[in-house]
Design a protein around this ligand. Sequence first.
Ligand SMILES: O=C(O)CCC(=O)C(=O)O
Ligand SMILES: [Fe+2]
Length: 206
Amino acid sequence: MFTDEQWIHWFDKLAEDDYVVVDDFLSNEQYRLTMNFFKQAEEKNHLKKAGIGSSGEFQIKSSVRGDFIYWLEEERDTELSSFFDIVHDLIANLRRFCFLSLSGSEFHIAKYPEGSHYDRHLDQFNERSNRQITVLIYLNENWKKGDGGELVIYKDDQEIVVEPIAKRLLLFKSDMIEHEVLTTNVPRYSLTGWLLHQPASVGYLI
Ligand SMILES: O=C(O)CCC(=O)C(=O)O
Ligand SMILES: [Fe+2]
């Protein structure tokens, strides 16, 4: 559990810089449970080649993105309940301290095999732009320089390099931050998600 001061400190940085990195966001136990889940998903062949674009214009292009993903469902994936607990905490605190109007979330696990990458992009689709905050949790124990797979954030004239080390959280504003996953030289594991806007089209219903 984190204190209000910690949440406020992270959200201040997110507001100011459009991104924030938090180390040791997952506890050892949450990390272990997440990796167990990941290993099982791999064994059961649940991970599928990721594509680009939303359903209407979905395409698979390995030259753009080389990861394999599995979309999570909270009701089904009960082994990850302690992960979903901290997502709920994150959402509750963003609502409380940042007055964000968040209506939902979507998460997947992702494996980038050796030699894969994801080209520079923004996390919004042409026909769907309700992703507000991107949430990344890295799962690579013993990651070291040379392993590759760093995330590069492009901001103003800067290139900020984030190493995908285990238990680290990265939050950024989905509509502001262009980013890229550099080629990884080892299998690279992560949990990726998006916190979604209140869809404008249902605004009148509530
Ligand atoms: O895994 C990462 O560091 C970033 C992944 C990403 O950019 C995405 O899935 O949209
Ligand atoms: Fe992305």
